[in-house]
Design a protein around this ligand. Structure first.
Ligand SMILES: NC(=O)c1ccc[n+]([C@@H]2O[C@H](COP(=O)([O-])OP(=O)(O)OC[C@H]3O[C@@H](n4cnc5c(N)ncnc54)[C@H](OP(=O)(O)O)[C@@H]3O)[C@@H](O)[C@H]2O)c1
Length: 277
C-alpha cells in the first residue's frame, strides 16, 4: 500500500526547533518547494529572520513561537495552525539539545533538560498533532532522532538515551498510526554541521552541511521509507557496529574514538546541591 505523502496542497507543514540548524534549513527547503511552513522555537527574532529570508520563495513561513517542554504552548501552536492557517499535513518534531555527560561529574540538570526537550518535547507535540490528523483522516509525522540512538556512545548517556527512546516510540506508534491513515517516519542523521555540533571536541566523521541534510530529509519525506538516514555509508556502518557482540562493540568504539586514552575531566564542575539539602 502507498504511504501518504504530504504535498503543499494538503495543508501546513510544522517544524519544531526551526530557529537554527537542521530545522531552519529544512523550513527553507520546504518553503522553496511551495509548502506553507509553521516554525516553532523559543527565539522569536531568529524565527522572524527566517520568515524574512523566505519571503521570495514560492511557499511561506508562519512564525509560531513556543517551548516544546510546555504542553500548553504546543496545544496553542496546533490551535493556531488549525484555526488560522488550515489543516496540519506534515509535522517534523526536530527540536533537541545535546548535553554531553561525563560519568565522573554527573549532573541531574543535564538529564532533566535532555529528557524534557528531546523526549517529553516530542510527546507534547505528538499528542495534539495526532488528535488533529486523526480528525482529518490523514497526515504525516517525522520524528528527528539520531544514529546516537542505535547504541551507547561516549558522552551520550542523556542524549543517546532520549534518541533511543524516540526510535522505539516511533516504531511502536507505527502499528496503530498505519491503521489511522497517519504516516510516521524516523529521521536518523549522522553528523550535521550545526550550532549544536560546533561545540563537539572530537572529530566528526562524514560530517554533512545543513543544506545537504535538508535535501536528504526533504527527499526522504517524499519516499516510501520508514527511516530517513544519511549519510548512508556512515549510518549503515553504525547500524552494523551495533549488531556486534558487546565485547567487540565496546572495543571498537573505544578504539575508533580514542576514548580509552582520553583522561577523565580534570576539573569537576561544582556539584548541584541535592534537592533535600
Ligand atoms: N547536528 C547533528 O549532527 C545531529 C545529528 C543527529 C540528530 N540531530 C538532531 O537534529 C535536531 C536538530 O539539531 P541541530 O543540530 O539542528 O541543533 P541546533 O542548531 O542547536 O537547533 C536546535 C533547535 O531546537 C530548538 N529548541 C531547543 N530547545 C527547545 C525548546 N525547549 N523548545 C523549542 N525549541 C527548542 C532550538 O531553538 P530555540 O533555542 O530558539 O528554542 C533550535 O531551533 C535535534 O533533535 C538533534 O538531536 C542532530
Amino acid at each position: 500500500m502507498q504511504e501518504f505523502v504530504a504535498r503543499p496542497e494538503h495543508g501546513i507543514a510544522w517544524i519544531s526547533g526551526a530557529s537554527s540548524g537542521i530545522g531552519r534549513a529544512l523550513a527553507l527547503k520546504l518553503a522553496e518547494e511551495g509548502y506553507k511552513v509553521a516554525v516553532t522555537a523559543r527565539d522569536h527574532e531568529k524565527l522572524a529572520e527566517l520568515q524574512a529570508e523566505a519571503s521570495d520563495l514560492s511557499g511561506s513561513i508562519i512564525v509560531l513561537d513556543g517551548d516544546v517542554t510546555n504542553a500548553e504552548d504546543m496545544e496553542h501552536v496546533l490551535a493556531s495552525i488549525e484555526y488560522e492557517h488550515g489543516a496540519l499535513a506534515l509535522a517534523v518534531f526536530n527540536a533537541g539539545v545535546y548535553l554531553p555527560v561525563h560519568a565522573e561529574e554527573l549532573r541531574l540538570s543535564d538529564f532533566e533538560q535532555s529528557f524534557a526537550v528531546n523526549l517529553q518535547g516530542v510527546v507534547n507535540c505528538l499528542i495534539p498533532a495526532v488528535r488533529h490528523m486523526k480528525a482529518k483522516g490523514q497526515g504525516q509525522i517525522a520524528v528527528v532522532s539520531s544514529v546516537s540512538g542505535y547504541g551507547g556512545l561516549p558522552t551520550g548517556a542523556a542524549y543517546g538515551a532520549t534518541k533511543a527512546a524516540l526510535i522505539n516510540m516511533a516504531e511502536s506508534l507505527k502499528f496503530d498510526l498505519d491503521k489511522m491513515g497517519i504516516r510516521i517516519q524516523l529521521i536518523n542523521p549522522g553528523f550535521v554541521d550545526t550550532p549544536a555540533t560546533k561545540k563537539n571536541e572530537f572529530p566528526m566523521p562524514s560530517l554533512v552541511s545543513v543544506e545537504a541534510a535538508a535535501r536528504q530529509i526533504s527527499a526522504g519525506l517524499k519516499s516510501q521509507s520508514f527511516e530517513i538516514t544519511f549519510p548512508k555509508r556512515f549510518t549503515y556502518m553504525m547500524k552494523l557496529v551495533n549488531l556486534l557482540p558487546y565485547g567487540l562493540y565496546f572495543w571498537l568504539v573505544n578504539r575508533s574514538t580514542g576514548w580509552r586514552q582520553r583522561p577523565l575531566q580534570k576539573q569537576a564542575r561544582p556539584a548541584m546541591p541535592h534537592p533535600a539539602e
